[in-house]
Design a protein around this ligand. Structure first.
Ligand SMILES: [Fe+2]
Length: 189
């Protein structure tokens, strides 16, 4: 990985692209009506989004508060949006993919997260790049990489026998809570 690839903004922007690929896949699966695949890809997207949110909350938003003028308001807005997305993900966990509400919830999540990501890329990232130095951005990047390694990676998309992501985790708590605990617990080093 190049130097540039290690900075917080590149890492999080790459995450956004990966999530967008999963969203596109989900929209296709919803259109063809394949409930099992929809569940599988939804679980993958939930894992990615929760890891991404925890990483942003642990490092991106504190840095935004510290370096960006008016950063507190910006960080507060982003955090409120994460909380809303997390509620939607928990609803999705509890809702059967064949339930009509599932597609509605998923469509709302996709729309909200797309807006959130676009907002970060057009406002927060450029402002952070302007006010924090390159070394700082790289340090934040390596912390974010470390935090994200903790959670289960996405199940291998090309392996049909791979169990759904939620089966890889201890039973009991829902996927969102399990991933959040895993990532934030270990992230505290
Ligand atoms: Fe983000």
């Amino acid at each position: 990985m190049t130097d540039h690839g290690d900075d917080v903004i590149s890492i999080l922007t790459t995450d956004h692209r990966e999530v967008e690929d999963l969203f596109t896949e989900l929209e296709r699966l919803l259109a063809v009506g394949d409930p099992e695949q929809v569940r599988d890809v939804t679980d993958k997207v939930i894992i990615e989004l929760v890891k991404h949110s925890v990483a942003e909350e642990a490092y991106l938003y504190p840095a935004t508060r510290k370096f960006v003028p008016g950063g507190d308001a910006l960080a507060d807005t982003e955090i409120a949006e994460h909380a809303e997305a997390e509620e939607l993900m928990k609803e999705l966990e509890r809702t059967d993919t064949t339930d009509l509400r599932f597609a509605e919830l998923l469509t709302t999540l996709i729309k909200d997260v797309r807006e959130h990501a676009a907002e970060e890329e057009s406002q927060l990232f450029p402002q952070l790049a302007q006010h924090a130095d390159a070394d700082e951005l790289r340090k934040l990047g390596s912390k974010i990489n470390a935090i994200k390694k903790v959670a289960p990676t996405r199940p291998h998309p090309s392996a049909p026998d791979t169990p759904p992501a939620n089966k890889l985790l201890a039973p009991g708590a829902g996927l969102v809570d399990r991933i959040r605990d895993l990532v934030s617990g270990r992230g505290k080093d």
